[in-house]
Design a protein around this ligand. Structure first.
Ligand code: E4P
Length: 214
């Protein structure tokens, strides 16, 4: 399973990238707005750090506007993946962008049927938001299991990005389901490192080593 980092924060991207665990980056308008920087300049910085797919979202809600934005963004680098919202105008844009070899990530996906339509339209990636589904009392992960089954049955080329990940268990469940990608916030990647026995074990090794030198 590929790991993308779900942030637009340069420090977080740099740190996780140095750990050697980052295959790509996903951003969204909320994450970009938090950084208070010019979009193009920010994405350029990210492109200079991670050599992998970088998702950037359009702001337009009509297909013509989305296509215009997407064509411009895709010129920034071949690593750009354009995020398109899961609305009818969005899929209209995805169809045309796919025909023009522009990579797309259909976002704000909350149901299996939405993801099925996105794959039919030719999306490169689809992003079901599992945490936001859990928040309203649904089982977000079930969508990932269902989609893996359906995409495999019909050999869809669309890759599933598990998005809106809230905790390390979501990552384990994504990997067990065979998801192609999990896009993970920095704080959750940090938590994936942690085990008290690692810290206790390291402290003891170092103490024993010091003692042996006395
Ligand atoms: C995905 O690409 C989105 O950026 C993200 O996962 C949304 O997560 P949130 O529900 O934590 O905002």
């Amino acid at each position: 399973m590929k790991i993308f980092i779900d942030t637009a924060n340069i420090e977080e991207i740099n740190t996780a990238n140095e750990w050697g665990v980052v295959d790509g980056v996903t951003t969204n308008p909320t994450l970009v707005a938090k950084e208070g920087k010019d979009l193009r300049a920010l994405i350029n910085e990210i492109l200079g750090i991670v050599d992998g797919p970088i998702s950037v979202e359009v702001i337009s809600t009509d297909s013509e506007g989305m296509i215009k934005e997407a064509l411009e963004m895709s010129n920034w680098s071949e690593n750009i993946v354009v995020k398109i919202p899961m609305i009818p105008e969005g899929l209209k844009a995805v169809k045309i962008l796919n025909e023009n070899d522009v990579k797309t990530n259909v976002t704000l996906v909350f149901s299996v049927n939405q993801a099925l339509l996105a794959a039919k339209a030719g999306a490169t990636y689809v992003s079901p938001f599992i945490g936001r589904l859990d928040d309203i009392g649904h089982d977000g992960m079930q969508i990932i299991h269902d989609l893996m089954q359906i995409y495999n049955l019909y050999d869809f080329k669309t890759e599933i990005i598990v998005a809106s990940i809230r905790h390390p268990l979501h990552v384990i469940e994504s990997a067990k389901a065979g998801a192609h990608v999990a896009t993970i916030p920095f704080g959750v990647i940090e938590k994936m490192f942690k085990h008290p026995l690692t810290d206790i074990g390291l402290e003891k090794f170092l103490k024993d080593w010091e003692k042996s030198k006395k």
